[in-house]
Design a protein. Sequence first.
Length: 117
Amino acid sequence: MEVKKHRLTIGIALMLTSALLTCIGQLCWKLASKQDSLLFLLAGFVLYGCGALLMMGAMRFGELSVLHPMLSAGYALSILLGALVLGERVSANKLLGIAIITAGLMCLSTSKGAEDK
């Protein structure tokens, strides 16, 4: 069981990294649209593509029902990156959404079903 739990931890880490890469890739696309920059456009494709490939590899390490929802971390990351990089406003509702997403991810990653399989 310890080996399976370790594999799941690797899968979760890979999925969260995938969410980060795809989120930064989308941020690059936003920057490309604002600045008409080919560099940001290409960087967005590379980062998004790497995130997708990493996601495919992560699926080897656990159940789809546990791993795929980890991608929802990208929603929280996009709010944070929007605020930090683009100066977007973070409202109380957005903070509540981040808290709910984070709580859901924690519940999934520590669920009994995730540990037993």
